[in-house]
Design a protein around this ligand. Structure first.
Ligand code: BJW
Ligand code: ZN
Length: 290
């Protein structure tokens, strides 16, 4: 069992300062203060549906109209949302020239399960406020969006597979306004497949470029190598119930690294953490990271 005092901010900051390879694993709680609903618990319903049951390949095959309406609603919500203080704290940690409480030569990578793009926007804004070219060149190494991106639109035809980043609002005319049908029990329109988003290359049905259950998450090779060398792992706003992300913190500990959990409430596996900061991460992270 870990022997470090669980809630000791000074001890955490000493660990932060002495770490060489830091990673953060983030989940939906990171974006909760930006108004993005979480998956499980209070935020996990969309209309009358359990959000988890819509985020599957089976749901898309069975009812692409319903699943596209769900993702259209989430795209519109994310477009209106702004990164919060927790996103910015993590973005600052990425920038050697901006951060203070970390060793000058330490590395940091944020591995996020979130698809809302808010961490990328926080990183872009933080980068543009700090002009050092060396920071800009390393940007791709600092954020890995392992469950894809809401704004990637991906062809369903295996022979094509074209994906493009598209923030058009609405993504297609037939979905316009469907995001407003939020009253529980409202009948959603049954949109014909021909009217749903289509691939710009081959005109096949397109799907959201996110990773559903039983699909392979992205950037796994890079993540494996980061997890293997990490000596500190921050676990931020995730229920730690979805694999492989849920297994990364214990892998870091097995390699001798430390784990710090930032969550509103108790979460799976947090009894093993070296540090546990309960509360909204938009408050606890800025305090902890300085
Ligand atoms: C706050 C807060 C605030 C609120 N401040 N905190 C091993 C064992 C068992 C099962 C498996 C296994 N390996 C694989 C599986 C199967 C499956 C799985 O994990 N199933 C489990 C449910 C048991 N995994 C997969 O299928 C994955 N693929 C896979 O494993 O491929 C095989 C393979 C892997 C590796 C190598 C080779 C092969 C794919 C998983 C894809 C998950 N997709 C989704 C949808 C993405 C698209 C979309 O967004 O629509 O990803 S599901 C959903 O869950 C979404 C999330 O990213 C993910 C995690 O949820 P998250 O972020 O933790 O959210 P919540 O809501 O659960 O928690 C929020 C937390 O925030 C709570 O704790 C709150 O308290 C907290 N909070 N406000 C701080 N202000
Ligand atoms: Zn195509």
């Amino acid at each position: 069992m870990p022997s470090t005092p669980l809630h000791d901010m000074q001890a955490f900051q000493a660990a932060l300062k002495s770490s060489k390879h830091i990673i953060a694993i983030a989940g939906a709680g990171l974006s909760a203060a930006s108004g993005i609903p979480t998956f499980r618990g209070a935020g996990g319903m969309w209309r009358k549906y359990d959000a988890m049951s819509l985020a599957t390949p089976e749901a898309f095959s069975k009812n692409p109209s319903l699943v596209w309406q769900f993702y259209h609603y989430r795209r519109e919500t994310a477009l209106k949302a702004l990164p919060n203080a927790a996103h910015f704290s993590l973005a600052v940690l990425s920038l050697a020239s901006a951060r203070e409480n970390v060793a000058p030569d330490a590395t940091f990578t944020l591995i996020t399960q979130n698809v809302d793009g808010l961490s990328a926007r926080a990183l872009e804004q933080t980068l543009s406020a700090h002009t050092a070219q060396s920071d800009v060149q390393d940007e791709a190494l600092k954020l890995l969006e392992m469950h894809g991106r809401l704004f990637d639109v991906k062809c369903t035809s295996k022979s094509c597979g074209h994906t493009e980043f598209d923030t058009t609002s609405p993504i297609c005319a037939s979905l316009a306004g469907t995001e407003a049908l939020i009253a529980a029990g409202d009948a959603e329109p049954d949109i014909q497949v021909a009217e749903l988003p289509r691939c710009s290359k081959c005109n096949a049905l397109a799907r959201p470029g996110v990773v559903w259950f039983h699909e392979i998450p992205l950037h796994l090779r890079a993540i494996r190598s980061l997890v293997n060398r990490a000596d500190l792992c921050l676990v931020v706003g995730t229920s730690s119930t979805v694999y492989p992300a849920a297994g990364y913190a214990s892998q870091v500990q097995e390699n001798g690294g430390k784990v710090a959990v930032f969550n509103l409430e108790r979460s799976s596996g947090d009894e093993e953490a070296n540090f546990l900061f309960l509360g909204p991460c938009e408050e606890t992270l800025p305090k902890a990271l300085g």
